[in-house]
Design a protein around this ligand. Structure first.
Ligand code: KG4
Ligand code: ZN
Length: 334
């Protein structure tokens, strides 16, 4: 079954074709980073307009890459939420309309389910059950995953998501947008013992997170300093260590809680090198998607949609994006 996947929930237009027999056939991405850079963050209206410009050309590009025509497609998967409503509207309208025109099924995919299943696109995919650590710009979740669609949220951030905390801290330090990867790169030149930041909520029971205090800690430290380039790098280092350590501690706790031996890490912050390194300390098998499938992409949406369509999931032909949508509302496809 050849499925076209469309991702347009935020500032990346991702389109891909996944074949349930042959695997990933084509994958194209357009990032809006340059469009939003001068505003220091994503401008929702500009994002929607750019998705309109880019989605159709990217659909043509993936068809050409896979040497297929529209009539070869057997289903369409699009991100229906969570995300920016205008941006979601674009992918949902194009996906649904194209499916209607081609008389093939379409499926509304949950963006975080896409992230969660992205490691399945790798050569050595994890088997169920596993604990998923989902760390993106909008979410920080520890999920007990029993099967596709069987998700129980064990812990989440009570305030900023990890990616958001990276981005806001980077902005406070005067770093370029998008802050997360820029701060991570700078951290590599920081001195390890210059500062010690707290590990929030690790002394309390439970699996929830809180990252907004770390951001304030970074700001206070920065304002008290001489604001030199080396201090900036030292703060980046201390901030990243605190975040990564906290995630490691909570992942260990979640694995102990379910007596699990497998951890899947996904979402944009999953691309963080230090996090990938540190999680190897767990006595568990740890799975990551390749770097480009940690951040938003069409492949993960095509894949999640393909599994659901293959399992016979059928949906009414309505266009209904959901800017807020909990993973726990999903069901096992039948
Ligand atoms: O999953 P994603 O592409 O989009 C959302 O669904 O939010 O995640 C984007 C987030 C941003 O906050 C970005 O700064 C962060 O992931 N990010 C990183 C790194 N690469 C991306 N954070 C830390 N280190 C990185 N290497
Ligand atoms: Zn995402």
């Amino acid at each position: 079954m050849k499925i076209l996947g469309i991702e347009s929930s935020c500032d990346e237009t991702g389109v891909a074709i996944y074949d349930t027999e042959q695997g990933l056939l084509a994958d194209q991405l357009y990032s809006q980073i340059n469009l939003h850079a001068k505003y220091g963050g994503v401008v929702p209206e500009l994002a929607s307009r750019d998705h309109i410009r880019k989605t159709t050309p990217l659909i043509k590009a993936v068809l050409a890459q896979a040497n297929l025509s529209l009539s070869d497609l057997e289903g369409i998967a699009y991100t229906a939420g969570p995300g920016l409503i205008g941006a979601l509207m674009v992918g949902a309208s194009i996906g649904r309309s194209l499916a209607w025109g081609l008389n093939i099924p379409a499926v509304a995919v949950h963006h975080m389910e896409g992230h969660l299943l992205a490691p399945m696109l790798e050569k050595n995919p994890p088997s169920f059950p596993f604990i998923a650590l989902l760390v993106s710009g909008g979410h920080t979740l520890l999920v007990d995953v029993k099967a596709i669609g069987d998700y129980k949220i064990l812990g989440e951030s009570l305030d900023d998501a990890v990616g958001e905390a990276f981005d806001k801290t980077a902005k406070m330090l005067g770093l370029a947008y998008p802050g997360g990867p820029v701060l991570a790169a700078l951290a590599a030149t920081g001195l390890p013992n210059a500062y010690k930041f707290p590990r929030p909520m690790v002394n309390r029971p439970g699996l929830d997170f809180s990252f907004s205090g770390l951001k304030t800690f970074a700001l206070t430290t920065w304002n008290k300093s001489d604001k030199s380039k080396q201090v900036q790098a030292n703060i980046a280092y201390a901030f990243q260590e605190a975040v990564v350590d906290t995630l490691l501690i909570k992942c260990r706790r979640a694995l102990q809680f379910v007596k699990g031996k497998r951890l899947v890490v996904a979402g944009g912050v999953g691309a963080n090198k230090r996090l990938r390194e540190k999680l190897q300390q767990l006595e568990a098998e740890v799975y990551f998607p390749r770097l480009e499938f940690c951040t938003d992409n069409g492949a993960m949406i095509a894949y999640a949609g393909a599994l659901r369509l293959q399992a016979g999931q059928a949906e009414a032909t309505i266009i209904q994006p959901r800017p807020r949508w909990s993973l726990e509302e999903l069901t096992v496809p039948t």
